[in-house]
Design a protein around this ligand. Structure first.
Ligand SMILES: Nc1ncnc2c1ncn2[C@@H]1O[C@H](COP(=O)(O)OP(=O)(O)OP(=O)(O)O)[C@@H](O)[C@H]1O
Length: 277
């Protein structure tokens, strides 16, 4: 089966720094792909290129759909979210802290509502079409809240919730936009072991029950090894390994990259146990 997304010879330079250096990879459709690598490897820059925050210096990022190929590197960032339906979460939580959880999920769908209002006064006039779109947005939000076990928090301010719960709200908010590719930037960061296990179960459910394609950056090797179908390992902007988790785990270049990073940080052990996860 054709991959959902291909990255072809991608280069991203910032002045004299080459953050991505001729990277090519595939994101298989309906699978969970992890991007791992030591600090500064270029993982976030890759995400920023895929989601249109950065315009790459060279190379192509192509989405393969039933309608044909769509070259993301030619699209503006807001069109990547809207037309290619590629959405992401961030390393740092970006919820509207003062709004309720439900309101956060509705705001994420404002484009749909604007479209229903035909960017006119229809919203103010509460036309039947607009009311239907509003109802659909509300139902979608409630459905994802239930799916992620968040219904009880719907009317609470998002900023008042525990960190792990806020992370789940972020994922629910992204899911409300019905993505065909969901990109998660370190979804396990700051989670306790119980929350981390719940995240594993959620990611697998999104793949199996909702047939979503997931791409995530993660330092937590427990999550990577437990949920990934496919792992891409980066170092210094390049891909140094790719394949099943058990395969990359034993790759000498991967082990060396992590050990080198740990030595640079003057630590006795690497911060991830690549060989023992
Ligand atoms: N906007 C920018 N301007 C200049 N340099 C940048 C910029 N963004 C990233 N870089 C550089 O590009 C390289 C890759 O950074 P990036 O944040 O993509 O790495 P990463 O793998 O996500 O690291 P981490 O795991 O620490 O988040 C680093 O050397 C970083 O300093």
């Amino acid at each position: 089966m054709k991959p959902l997304l291909t990255v072809e010879q991608l280069v991203m330079r910032f002045g004299g720094i080459t953050a991505i250096d001729g990277l090519s990879l595939e994101v298989p459709r309906g699978r969970i792909t992890a991007v791992i690598g030591p600090n500064g490897a270029g993982k976030t820059t890759l995400f920023n290129c895929i989601t249109g925050f950065y315009r790459p210096s060279a190379g192509r990022i192509v989405l393969h759909t039933a309608e044909g190929e769509q070259e993301l590197t030619r699209l503006q960032g807001h069109r990547i979210a809207r037309e290619a339906r590629i959405v992401r979460t961030f390393q740092n939580i970006r919820l509207f802290a003062g709004m309720t959880v439900l309101e956060n999920l509705l705001v994420a769908q404002h484009r749909e509502l604007q479209r229903a209002a035909r960017f006119s006064l229809a919203g103010l006039l509460h036309t039947p079409g607009y009311r239907r779109a509003q109802q659909a947005a509300l139902e979608r939000a409630r459905r994802w809240l239930a799916e992620l076990g968040l219904t009880q928090y719907a009317d609470l301010p998002a900023g008042a919730l525990p960190y792990g719960t806020q992370r789940r709200v972020e994922i629910a908010r992204a899911l409300c936009t019905e993505p065909q590719l969901l990109c998660l930037d370190e979804p396990a960061a700051g989670l306790n072991p119980k929350e981390s296990a719940e995240l594993n179960a959620l990611l697998l459910r999104l793949r199996d029950a909702h047939h979503l394609t997931l791409l995530f950056i993660e330092h937590d090797m427990n999550v990577v090894m437990n949920v990934s179908d496919h792992v891409v390992v980066m170092n210094f902007g390049r891909k140094i390994a790719e394949g099943a988790p058990q395969h990359v785990q034993h790759d000498p270049e991967v082990i060396a990259a992590y050990l080198g990073a740990a030595e640079d940080a003057e630590e006795e052990k690497p911060d991830v146990e690549v060989g023992n996860a």
